[in-house]
Design a protein around this ligand. Structure first.
Ligand code: UD1
Ligand code: MG
Length: 411
């Protein structure tokens, strides 16, 4: 017997229908609003096109998807709780607050993302924003569950025990999840279609996971997540169509933060944050690879996106150059390590004044793919990166979650 009832089924169907309508509205709005964004100076050059300096492309179009998404969610909340609206019913305030806090966090992050697009905030500030936006979420978690205990995997139990109560550390972990999810998508960016493409693949992975788990004991949490994921996919799909190479619009940091926070919210309140992080395996790899540049062991240019070879109309890895003597021992170690495992490629050369210089490809998996494959057309590169997302961010996690997990946890 299924754990969801007829009313849940009705709300799901309704969710799908309004998501389709939402998608159509976003699709209609983009051409109308695009010019207004450009007039408001919200535009950028598509750096990897031959005529890059001739066309202004509207930025931050993710805010359109986010706006319609929020409207759909307001409607959805009314539908989900309509069951309890007659006076004799017990209104589930706990559940209700979860929806509101989830939307508050997402809404906050959209606002902050838009502020980032307009003001071009510094890195340290970018890291702080999701920390603040996740506070409502943590408060609700505190009010509704307080459980901060984790079950340890079987192999380490003889040493460390069956479970640990992480206490305050669990809240630190959850806010780290929000910080990671929002920024991880933003730094795996720079080729047309990639930011929104990976977001849709992650959303689809979460959606499939929720559908599978709908039969299980936590169906309510997974239903909650589905109510968010379906409109998310509906509203962002038209963005993907127009952001695909050659891009007519850019998504902006708004979309990266919006999608990251939406995933963090459903992962945390749906109690599947560990599984959700598995869907971020490519982003985790990209983040680990980015550490040397993010923390300035190796210089980090404003843009790390690949560089166009105009004759071939294909992309090459972009490089950063610096004096060898400026490199600190730890930076040198990181450079040697990532070059040994072939994730970056560097060369040394002498300037005319005998100064030894280093030129290395930038530390992102986008450039790594180019190092491995040789020059690629932009659309081909996006396809390969999305394929990597599907293999390592969808297929592998499902294998781990439903097969390997047997060796670590009892089901
Ligand atoms: C992040 C990356 C940066 C990357 C940039 C590209 C880090 C630390 N930061 O910065 O390396 O170059 O995203 O989005 O990893 N653009 C294109 N084609 C695209 C997408 C973007 O040319 O497909 C350019 C456009 O000029 C656009 C600009 O990038 O206006 C947007 O960059 P922004 O999102 O502001 O960069 P960050 O998120 O700060
Ligand atoms: Mg960005």
């Amino acid at each position: 017997t299924s754990a969801i009832d007829r009313f849940d089924l009705f709300t799901l169907v309704f969710d799908i229908l309004i998501s389709i309508v939402g998608g159509i509205i976003v699709n209609r709005l983009i051409p109308i609003l695009k010019e207004k964004f450009i007039r408001a100076q919200l535009w950028g050059y598509d750096l990897n096109k031959r005529n890059s300096r001739e066309v202004k492309i509207a930025e931050s179009q993710g805010v359109i998807a986010a706006g319609i998404f929020l409207i759909l969610m307001f409607i959805m909340i009314a539908i989900v709780f309509s069951e309890h609206l007659h006076p004799l019913s017990d209104f589930p305030h706990n559940k209700f607050i979860e929806y509101l806090a989830a939307l508050l966090s997402i809404c906050c992050m959209v606002l902050l993302g838009f502020a980032d697009d307009v003001l071009d905030l510094r890195w340290s500030v970018k890291l702080m924003l999701p920390l603040i936006a996740s506070l409502p979420l943590l408060l609700v978690y505190f009010a509704n569950y307080h459980s901060t205990t984790i079950i340890l995997p079987k192999p380490v139990r003889p040493l460390l025990g069956h479970q640990w109560n992480l206490g305050i550390l669990y809240y630190v972990y959850m806010s780290m999840v929000s910080v990671f999810c929002t920024n991880a998508i933003n730094i795996l960016a720079g080729v047309n279609g990639l930011e929104v493409g990976q977001s849709i693949v992650i959303a689809s992975s979460i959606l499939m996971f929720n559908l599978i788990e709908l039969q299980g004991s936590c169906s309510e949490e997974h239903l909650f997540s589905l109510y968010f994921m379906i409109p998310f996919i509906g509203c962002t799909f038209p963005i993907l169509l127009r952001n695909w190479c050659p891009a007519q619009i850019f998504v902006g940091d708004t979309l990266c933060y919006f999608s990251g926070m939406t995933f963090a919210v459903v992962g945390i309140l749906g109690h599947f944050s560990k599984t959700m992080l598995l869907f971020f395996i490519p982003q985790i790899a990209n983040f680990l690879l980015s550490i040397p540049q993010l923390f300035h062991f190796i210089p980090c240019p404003r843009h790390r996106l690949p560089r166009l070879n105009p004759e071939l109309n294909k992309l090459n890895p972009s490089e950063v150059e610096f004096k060898k003597k400026d490199l600190k021992p730890l930076g040198w170690l990181m450079l040697r390590f990532f070059s040994a495992i072939k994730f970056v490629r560097y060369r040394e050369y002498k300037m005319h004044d005998n100064e030894v210089m280093i030129a290395t490809t930038n530390f992102t998996i986008i450039n790594t793919v180019l190092c491995w494959t040789g020059p690629l057309h932009e659309a081909t590169l996006t396809r390969i990166l999305l394929l990597i997302q599907i293999i390592f961010g969808t297929a592998l996690p499902f294998f781990i979650r439903y097969y390997l997990v047997k060796f670590f946890y009892e089901s």
